[in-house]
Design a protein around this ligand. Structure first.
Ligand SMILES: *Cc1c(COP(=O)(O)O)cnc(C)c1O
Length: 423
């Protein structure tokens, strides 16, 4: 880590030394009303648009215009096979084997489809364990799965809570829950990086713990993919799902990713919902055959996928592939470390960083609790051209994204925060 220093000069110097600095120019940065670039801190919510995305999407629009249905075979990137290289590139981003990853549906839909296969409750073992501050959609999804199987959604849901007065979850408490209630738990589903606190969990450890107690283990990687160097295969998790519009910069509501560990790849006995896209590719278009399960993660697809959304994903993954995770996490740790350093130097009692201070237990996001603050703080930042995210009751979340945020961004953000807090 660099020896962080106060003052704009240090930020300028770091930006000069930054080996990824040219990538900022490959993104559209939203403009403030005065015409300057916004300080965009919400790549954890909606990642910015790569400039090359338009060309990728246009290619498919043109092929559609010129070829119609023939585009399935004759497009520059034939639509029939479009998701295959995409799955391979996506597998690199999440540290998985190509056969373990598929791009399909949307995140919450994928969680449900995964639970069809991996939440297999019995009368004795039917509970689901999630983290207490899980993203609402995940909580709603597992509650509805409990109800769907005829269980009470309160009684069947076990929460891994932070201790009183704290925000971060302790592994000791997870162990204790599994020691005492492990035999009742069918599924452990955890957000790999918690959306609220920014805490990055040890996926391998949680998986081993869950498996030791006979539970299936899945992860929601919405805040982890493209942010931290995941190693899903090695974690041993049964399944994972993530969206592509946050750190993966693939556009609002774009389709999602899904991981199924290879040990389940050929298990045709797993219950699942299927469609023609889960059927053997060789005979899919004969349309007369009985169902023949496609192996691997692809075998969980139902429908032919949206090419226009996948074009945006393809454009974005090309950047991730080019940069590689080593450089990305290296800059990410420096940038977020600098942010943390400047916040601490404010020596302002009213702010407290709730994200872990160990760089290996977080991604780029810092969540800052501000005493007695309300949303006007967030609004003042917005007026100053700083796009951050406000979570009730008093937390601002800022995610400096190494592909397009700069050290100057951080410098000006903290300067403005200082001014607002002193008002
Ligand atoms: C962003 C996010 C979602 C959103 O779900 P969609 O199905 O994409 O609308 C769900 N869960 C987590 C943990 C998220 O971070």
């Amino acid at each position: 880590m660099p020896n962080y220093k106060l003052g704009l000069d240090f930020a300028l110097e770091q930006d000069q030394k930054d080996v990824l600095s040219t990538y900022r120019n490959q993104f559209h940065i939203p403009k403030h009303s005065d015409g300057s670039d916004c300080i965009y801190m919400t790549g954890n919510s909606l990642g910015l648009q790569p400039k090359q995305t338009k060309a990728y999407v246009n290619q498919e629009l043109e092929d559609w215009a010129n070829l119609g249905v023939e585009g399935h075979f004759k497009a520059k990137n034939p639509w029939l096979y479009y998701h295959e290289p995409l799955g391979k590139d996506m597998a690199k981003v999440v540290g998985a084997q190509p056969s373990e990853v598929v791009v399909m549906n949307t995140l919450t839909a994928n969680l449900h489809f995964m639970m069809v296969s991996f939440y297999k409750p019995s009368k004795k073992r039917y509970k689901i364990l999630i983290e207490a501050d899980a993203f609402p959609s995940d909580k709603y999804a597992v509650e509805s799965q409990l109800r769907h199987h005829g269980f009470d959604d309160k009684e069947g849901l076990i929460l891994w809570k932070a201790r009183k007065g704290e925000e971060l979850a302790h592994y000791d408490d997870l162990e204790a829950i599994l020691e005492t209630q492990g035999n009742d738990i069918a599924l452990v589903l955890i957000g790999a990086v918690n959306y609220y606190t920014g805490q990055y969990f040890d996926l391998k450890y949680i998986t081993q713990l869950g498996h030791k107690h006979g539970c299936m283990v899945g992860f929601d990687c919405a805040h982890a993919t493209g942010n931290v160097a995941l190693n899903l295969h090695d974690s041993g998790a049964d399944f994972a799902a993530w969206c592509t519009y946050k750190y993966l910069n693939s556009g609002p509501g774009s389709i999602a990713g899904c991981f199924v560990h290879e040990r389940h790849a050929n298990n045709k006995n797993l219950n699942r919902f299927t469609g023609w896209w889960s059927h053997n590719k060789e005979t899919r278009f004969k349309m007369r055959d009985d169902f023949d399960q496609l192996p691997g993660a692809e075998g969980w697809q139902l429908s032919n996928p949206p090419i226009l959304a996948m074009a945006a994903i393809k454009a974005s993954l090309a950047i991730f592939n080019e940069v590689g995770f080593e450089k990305l996490t290296d800059k990410s740790k420096k940038l977020t470390g600098y942010f943390e350093f400047l916040l601490k130097q404010l020596e302002n009692d009213s702010i407290r960083i709730i994200t872990p201070n160990n760089p290996n237990e977080r991604g780029c996001q810092l969540s800052i609790a501000v005493k007695n603050a309300n949303k006007s703080l967030h609004n003042k930042l917005t007026e100053a051209g700083i796009i951050s995210d406000w979570r009730e009751p008093n937390v601002i979340r800022c995610a400096p994204v190494p592909l397009y945020n700069s050290f100057q961004d951080i410098y000006y953000l903290v300067e403005r925060l200082k001014t607002i807090l002193n008002e």
